[in-house]
Write a protein that binds this ligand. Sequence first.
Ligand SMILES: C[S@@+](CC[C@H](N)C(=O)[O-])C[C@H]1O[C@@H](n2cnc3c(N)ncnc32)[C@H](O)[C@@H]1O
Length: 267
Amino acid sequence: MAAAREQPALPAALTRALPLLDPAVREAPGFPDVRPGYLDLLGGGAHDGATGGGGPAQRLMRSRALPLVYERWWRPAWGRVLKGALAGGMRDEHRIARLLLGLTPGDGVLDVACGPGNFTREFAQIVGAGGLAVGIDASATMLARAIDDTPDGAVAYVRGDAERLPFRDASFDAVCCFAALNLFADPETALDHMTRVLTAGGRIAIFTSCRLQSAAGRTVEELAASRSGMRIFDRDELVDGLRARGYADVRQRIAGLTQFVGGRLAA
Ligand SMILES: C[S@@+](CC[C@H](N)C(=O)[O-])C[C@H]1O[C@@H](n2cnc3c(N)ncnc32)[C@H](O)[C@@H]1O
């Protein structure tokens, strides 16, 4: 009989994140599985490995190779290609995330589809020891990289599905979702969940795709989207979607094929 693998001690931030989880999640058999250093709510299955479900872009996110080059090379390069050469680089994206999220020490922040924690780590620094930064992602390889690159216990990483966030209602003061909404099979449901877990007055920040205006541009976009399995959002789609969900002060900045959108959930 195989010996059961021992559960390591819970990292500090994870200990504080557990009470935010939906009670049904906490009652599931085997909970909490924290053996990889993050809380794993997915185990094997469709989200596992480079050959699981989703389109080519999704499978790439689960590969072993991408997390090795993601933060340093891949993400800045794709940002440049999609936003245009004149748009700001990663430093500008971090600035916009900070602006839209309006984080202060003591806040609770959720980074949805956090990848290797490239934004989550900064959020943890801003909210400080009195706050809580949680990163959720479906990719085991991205999260392994996040654990390696994050100071011990500073961020609570969870392997879970953004389209059914495992947290209680009104758990966070701010929610970020950068470079991922366009990858989700059901972005509307993901947006519903992000809204559900925000407190009244909570802030949301999204960075995702944006449809070009010209007919020629649209044709190229449709081709790229169908090949990659990524969604391209219309210019007003997310602004309208946030307003319909009860957000005020909705702001949008379009850069090439991308858009930043943010808002504050009305109290
Ligand atoms: C391009 S990365 C974005 C990482 C980071 N937010 C950034 O801005 O660089 C997209 C991430 O979305 C994750 N992802 C895609 N679909 C997901 C889902 N349904 N639930 C959770 N994470 C998902 C992928 O695993 C990948 O790590």
